[in-house]
Every structure is written in C-alpha cells, then in structure tokens.
Design a protein around this ligand. Structure first.
Ligand code: AMP
Ligand code: MG
Length: 411
C-alpha cells in the first residue's frame, strides 16, 4: 500500500499551473494573477478635494470665527471631472466637490459644514490649515509601483485596484475547468422515482460543489452505468471541456469496477491502494491525446469526499497557480474516545471542531461523528473537520490531543 503523502506527490506530478491568459476584469474574478500589475500613473493623478466645500487660500481665513465669519466671493463652481483649469485669486474662493481638481491659487478646502453654504459669497466661521481636505498626487499609489503581486487571487479588492490603475484586462491563471462524472448501474437522478436496489446519485453533486468552492469552474456531467463502452465514450467526450476529469465509483476490487477496467487499458492511469480510511482505492493519470489529468475517486460517498479534500484540492490549487497546500491543521482534544482504528492505515474521521478557548495543550475540541462508515453520509453535513488517526494508532482515549484538518468553508 502506498502512503497518503506518496499519493499526494503522484497526483501533483500530473499537473502544472494553467497557462495564463489575458482576461477582462470580471472574467478574471477568481483567477490567480500570473504577472505583477504595476501602475503607469500616480494615484491620485492630480491634487483634488476630499470633501464638498470651498477651495481657498488658507491665509484668507486667518481671522475667521463664529462671531466674525470671513466672507469670500465665490468665483467658480468645480464639480468632479471638471477640466476647465480654474484659478482662485487671493480673497476669493471656488465651490468644489469631492474628487474635483484643486484650482491653482488654493491651498486648502473648507468643508461646507464650516460655512453658510453661500453661492455668490460664502461665510466661513473658522480658520483652516493649509492642505486641509486635499488629496495629494501619488498619496495612494506612486507611479511605477507594483500594486498586485503574481499569485494573488483576484477578488473584489484586487479587481478594484486593477481597475483603479486603469487596467481593463489582467494576465491570470484561469479557473480550472473540472468535469465530474460518476459511474454506477444503481444510480438514479435525485428528484426521480427510485426502484429496488437503486440509490439517488450524490457524489457528482458533492464534487461539483466542492470544485466550485475551490475556485474552479466545475461542470457536472452526471453519471453513467457500468457499461465499459459508455464509460469510455463519455470520458473521451468530456475531454475537450476539461482541464481535469474527476470520476467516482468503479475503482475497487469488484467484478463491475468499470472505471478501472476501461482506464487500465488506456495505459496511463494507475490504480493503487492508499493506506487510509476511508478512501483506499485511488486511481490517477492522464487520458486522451490532450493528456488530460484524471483522478478516479472511490464510489463510497464519504471516501469520495475525503479523497477530494486530501488529493483533488491540492491538485486544483496547483492548476490555479497556487501553492498546493494541504488543509490547514490544528490540534484538538477529543471529546469522545475512538474505540478502533485500522492498523497500518491512516483514518480521517469526520468531526466537529470547536474553539473553547481553554488553557492547556490546545484551545480546540473535536467531537468525532458517531457514524463513521464510508457510506454514512449524514455526518458530512455537520462536520467541519477531519480528525487524523495515524497509521500505528488503533484506539484513542477521550481527551487525547490529535491533529485535526479543517474542512474549507463553503462560502
Ligand atoms: P463502487 O466504488 O462503484 O463500488 O461504489 C461503492 C459504493 O458507493 C456503492 O455502495 C455505491 O452504490 C456507492 N456509490 C457509488 N457511486 C455513487 C454516487 N455517485 N452517489 C452515491 N453513492 C455512490
Ligand atoms: Mg460502482
């Protein structure tokens, strides 16, 4: 049997970051920046007002007070976007709006709140410091500086910065296109009636959602039965739309393990037993002329889910141009014993991780789910973590401190 670490290395070897492409900003959303973005200009590009008010020479208001306001004639109105190069002579002022260029001759802006709001002349009831309410050239971004580093994920803030420095497009590793296909003659579409011996299909929904949550553009191809020709045809059919294909089912030791049967013949996919529970049977390789990576996950829903978190997620991260980090880990105290764990295989138990802030070895507790069978899906909905039970450990007492992997939050 192969170790978990070895299988992680093997699946990571199958992929490279996707080739960067230049994308419009909103198409780039969720992509990973491939090259630094620097600013060709300073921001702000011109001195401008940070408030609605009056552009003045500060000296003119030296004696202003509530008792004896200073009155200044208003010689111009300067809205944001105004291009007429207004100048203000001593003893005069201009009404100015937030973001409007500061007129020559002015060295301060008096907020409208300090005045009577006059249009022809304005009364100001206090003095103003030079530079008040003025945004200076370059105080946000200096011309030529890097504003976004390669490897950054383009979310709301990053897109705002790119747009603000004038970029209409950016070079990104695009979101990987993940195609999810399940196999199994017993599967029925949820929402449809079910017959004897059948089950509603869930893996492809779970994996498609997990891939979307992992920042990919995922497509659910649904499921096919256990007929080799159909499985092969469907896999070949999805290759054009996939940067990676995920399948579930048909990779164990059974007589109808169709994925294994079909892909073994293609030669580049190898099937292994990984020393873990759940999730022992794993396959990985490439298919088709395009050498598209394919990971064939086990059919048991919990096995499939754990396989995604341990193996698929780092692969998707690498495709995205991110470091293939594993799930973040913390230590936690078990709130219940683990009565048995298979010797020689690493167990991943669905659990609820909580922060209780207590002093001592760790401020976290982990409550393992009571239903740990690889078919027992119900515990997945509540679980937010996986308790790791090492290969050599066969039981754990309540209160033991264990390594716990945090599952990604959905949104
Ligand atoms: P297999 O790996 O194909 O032998 O499947 C192992 C177990 O997982 C069987 O009990 C299947 O019925 C179940 N299973 C396989 N594929 C799915 C699926 N897509 N959705 C839900 N259960 C599945
Ligand atoms: Mg099957």
């Amino acid at each position: 049997m192969k170790t978990v670490e070895q299988h992680i290395r093997d699946v990571l070897d199958l992929v490279e970051p996707l080739e960067p492409i230049e994308l419009d900003l909103l198409r780039a959303h969720g992509g990973v920046l491939a090259e630094a973005v620097s600013s060709a200009v300073s921001l702000p590009q011109f001195d401008n007002s940070s408030m609605d008010g009056y552009a003045v020479a500060a000296d003119d208001l030296a004696g202003a007070s509530a008792q004896e306001p200073v009155r200044l004639p208003v010689v111009a109105d300067i809205p944001a976007g105004d291009v007429a190069a207004t100048a203000v002579r001593r003893g005069h002022c201009a009404r100015i709006m937030t973001g409007a260029p500061l007129p020559r001759g002015a060295d301060a802006v008096v907020p409208v709140e300090w005045t009577d709001g006059g249009l022809a002349t304005v009364a100001v009831d206090r003095p103003v410091q030079p530079g008040n309410a003025i945004r200076r050239v370059g105080e946000d971004v200096e011309k030529g500086t890097t504003v976004l580093r390669p490897g950054v994920r383009l979310g709301a803030g990053e897109l705002a910065v790119a747009a603000a420095v004038g970029r209409g497009t950016v070079p990104v590793h695009p979101r990987p296109r993940v195609v999810v296909l399940s196999t199994g003659a017993e599967l029925v579409e949820p929402g449809s009636p079910i017959g004897p011996g059948q089950i509603w299909e869930s893996n492809s929904y779970m994996l498609t959602a997990a891939a979307l949550d992992a920042g990919c553009s995922a497509v659910r191809r649904g499921f096919v039965g256990d007929d080799p020709a159909t499985v092969l045809e469907t896999v070949e059919d999805v290759l054009v739309q996939a940067d990676i294909v995920l399948t579930t089912g048909g990779v164990s030791m059974g007589a109808y393990d169709v994925v294994k049967e079909v892909l073994s013949r293609l030669g580049t996919v190898s099937f292994d037993k990984v020393a873990m529970q759940p999730g022992m049977p794993q396959g990985a390789g490439t298919v088709g002329e395009s050498a598209t990576p394919i990971l064939t996950l086990p059919g048991n829903p919990v096995s499939s889910y754990v396989s995604f978190q341990l193996f698929v997620r780092p692969v998707l991260r690498r495709l995205r141009g991110l470091a293939p980090d594993p799930l973040p880990a913390v230590h936690a105290r078990l709130t219940a014993p683990v009565p048995h764990s298979p010797k020689g295989r690493r167990s991943y138990l669905r659990a609820v991780l909580e922060y209780d802030g207590s002093a001592g070895p760790t401020p976290y507790t982990a409550q393992p789910a009571t239903r740990q069978g690889s078919h027992q899906l119900s515990a997945l909905a509540e679980a937010n973590a996986l308790v790791v039970v090492p290969e050599a450990v066969t039981e754990l007492e309540e209160g033991s401190v264990v390594e716990v992997l945090r599952l990604p939050e959905a949104f």
